[in-house]
Design a protein around this ligand. Structure first.
Ligand code: SAM
Length: 245
């Protein structure tokens, strides 16, 4: 599979309709992999021919849009609480490999980590970078968007507004995931959200609020309490296996 390079927008200079010049980390990477003038490479969503290689920049000519590879037939959004240490990094990397389309991190009452606005921005940038790297590594062509951190209230509003089916992984739920999957298959559901809580889960009020949202169904992942990372990747794997065509 051809390697894909991801170049940030501010490292791209648009020369004219067909030519771009790229700078930044990927220039070194392309050189290390010994790509030469005249070869085709994929940069972001397009295939380009290498026209010139300089020490700090590479000139590319647009050839065509890259075919979509590795993109699932369903759109899954992962709504996940901020986790301690680098656990969210791990979940995001694996969730991208499993095919998630969008990630919405959030803070709720039992989240232990505290971040100010600057900290949130820095964390989001780091998470986006992890998602980009994971896309590249597993050969997906689309970006996975990591959105801004939501508060619990703004998360609820957001979920209410999307017309997705949203599965709320809740350890106290009596509702079966199998039943929900059956009904999503019958309704040919293509947009699905999943909600995963932090290490301390949700408060009873938060859980009630989530369950009261019309498109949200709480689901159990079994009788054992899973770590948030396990719950997220378990639910995502099951959904991809069951719902992807
Ligand atoms: N509130 C719990 C406690 O402190 O006992 C545990 C929270 S659990 C570590 C973190 C998250 O994983 C939960 O908020 C939930 O989204 C998900 N989760 C863990 N086990 C689950 C299960 N058996 N069924 C559904 N969701 C589960």
């Amino acid at each position: 599979m051809a390697r894909r390079f991801i170049v940030e927008e501010n490292d791209i200079k648009y020369i004219d309709k067909n030519n771009i010049q790229i700078k930044g980390n990927e220039v070194k990477h392309i050189q290390v992999l010994r790509h030469n003038i005249g070869e085709n490479i994929t940069v972001n969503d397009n295939i380009y021919k290498i026209m010139d290689i300089k020490r700090d920049s590479i000139l590319l000519e647009f050839i065509e849009k890259a075919p979509k590879i590795g993109e699932p037939s369903i759109d899954v959004t992962l709504y996940i609480a901020m986790l301690k240490n680098d656990k969210l990094d791990f979940v995001i990397q694996k969730a991208v490999e499993l095919g998630v389309k969008k990630i919405v991190p959030f803070f709720s009452s039992n989240v232990i980590v505290k971040l100010d606005e600057k900290g949130k921005q820095k964390r989001k940038e780091r998470l986006s970078k992890i998602a980009d790297e994971a896309c590249k590594q597993c050969g997906r062509t689309d970006y996975v968007l990591v959105e801004n951190f939501e508060t619990f209230n703004s998360l609820c509003k957001k979920i209410e507004e999307v017309d997705n089916k949203v599965l709320f992984a809740y350890e106290a739920s009596k509702d079966s995931l199998r039943q929900e999957i059956k009904s999503m298959k019958e309704n040919k559901c293509k947009n699905i959200g999943i909600i995963i809580g932090a290490e301390g889960g949700f408060t009873p009020d938060e859980a009630d609020k989530l369950k009261s949202i019309k498109n949200v169904s709480s689901v159990s992942l079994g009788s054992r309490i899973l770590r948030a990372e396990t719950a997220a990747l378990n639910l995502l794997s099951i959904l991809m296996y069951e719902m992807e065509e």
